[in-house]
Design a protein around this ligand. Structure first.
Ligand code: PLP
Length: 391
């Protein structure tokens, strides 16, 4: 049975951290061909830039620079552009996306220091304080706001306070948080915040962007290791005539514009945070009632994606679970943990309480189809062919 409940027009709901379920109007915004030099199209890019800056309350101090590609393109472009050759960067790592940041910096040839925590633990600001006190050569700090590997939330206010007390630059990978987890330039004095169109803003994939302190970007000419991922040149190009240097993802931008309008109509970050929080609570409670265990303590669980431990029950086969849920209209996400075998279910996208309850009903029906009515919930080492794949 397929369940179609909201106006997404989907036959499948994506309970994944992006691409995710988008509204029908966002999809329909892509039904027009735009000339990349049209005044109307240039206005779309400008409107998106302005909205993003306003959402983060940094319109006076920062600029918004979009770049073609997925989120990783935005991360690599930002790090490559802002960090000058020879400068040292400290990465606070508690998951796969922090690790990817380290890989990017090493690949570019930058000097990297790493503070590492287990995937189920938050970054500790006191360790950051000690590291910055000890090593004067560190000029920049990079951290992931919500580590999508597990769904753990890092404390940006504390990290921002410590970083600024030591007068270092702060770069935040806010990919899976910006738009739904409150963050703004007043409470977190960030120098760069990176995110993409297809997570909490509920656009389609294809654009990443960074909100960058103007004064820092102005100093970044000639830093970038890459022509296409040079955000300084991208910014100068857009400033000059509103046009993208290279072919813009026109349809993706039109959809992002619509998605941002819906974000505002819904009530902005606060409203989206409320809806996703409601989704998470329904999901966690319902899954626990069915016998599943969450990886994270509730106190650090972001309303973005929830990691469930693979049940010990020998009747539970993840591949079959995934396929059956998919056939019932709900796509979930394999785990990405080094720590334990797991799977993830997202709370973000054009979804609400109705869809989350329907997803739980589908999970229950799937368990019953597997002959399980009393799931033995203890964690297991069971591995699946689907696990540890994906983005
Ligand atoms: C926190 C974070 N950073 C970076 C990325 C990479 O984005 P993409 O897969 O779009 O390249 C993701 C993707 O989920 C993410 O969640």
């Amino acid at each position: 049975m397929r369940l179609i409940m909201n106006d997404s027009g989907n036959d499948n709901y994506l309970l994944t951290p992006g691409p995710l379920t988008t509204s029908l109007a966002t999809k329909q915004a892509m039904l027009r061909d735009w000339g990349s030099r049209d005044t109307d199209f240039i206005a779309i890019t400008r409107r998106i830039q302005d909205r993003l800056l306003n959402i983060a309350r940094v319109a006076d101090s920062h600029v918004a620079v979009p770049v073609q590609g997925s989120g990783t393109f935005g991360v690599e472009a930002t790090l490559g552009t802002l960090i000058a050759p020879g400068q040292r960067t400290l990465v606070l790592e508690n998951g796969a996306y922090g690790k990817r940041i380290v890989t990017i910096l090493e690949r570019i040839g930058h000097q990297v220091s790493v503070l590492r925590w287990p995937e189920d633990q938050q970054v500790d600001p006191t360790a950051l304080d000690a590291a910055l006190r000890e090593d004067a050569a560190i000029e920049h700090v990079v951290v992931v706001h919500c580590e999508t590997t597990t769904g753990i939330l890092n404390d940006m206010v504390a990290i921002g306070r410590v970083t600024k007390a030591h007068k270092r630059r702060l770069i935040i990978d806010g990919m899976s948080a910006f738009g739904a987890i409150p963050i703004d330039g007043d409470s977190v004095p960030f120098d760069a915040l990176i995110a993409s169109s297809n997570k909490c803003f509920e656009g389609v994939p294809g654009i990443a962007f960074a909100l960058i302190a103007r004064q820092w970007l102005e100093l970044a000419e000639g830093n970038a290791h890459s022509l296409a991922l040079d955000l300084y040149e991208q910014w100068r190009g857009l400033e000059a005539n509103g046009q993208w240097r290279f072919t813009p993802p026109t349809h993706v931008l039109a959809a992002f514009d619509q998605a941002l309008a819906e974000h505002r109509e819904e009530g902005g970050v606060a409203a989206r945070h409320r809806r996703y929080g409601g989704n998470r609570d329904i999901l966690v409670q319902g899954m626990r009632e069915l016998g599943f265990e969450t990886l994270l303590a509730d106190s650090v669980q972001a309303p973005i994606i929830v990691t469930f431990l693979m049940p010990a029950d020998s009747r539970f086969e993840f591949t079959r679970f995934y396929d059956d849920l998919s056939a019932r209209g709900f796509v979930i996400y394999p785990g990405k943990l080094a720590l334990a075998d797991s799977f993830r279910i997202g709370c973000i996208g054009a979804l609400g309480a109705l869809e989350m309850r329907a997803a739980l009903a589908a999970v229950k029906a799937t368990l019953e189809a597997m002959g399980i009515d009393d799931l033995a919930s203890k964690a297991t080492n069971q591995t699946s062919s689907l696990n540890r794949t994906g983005t």
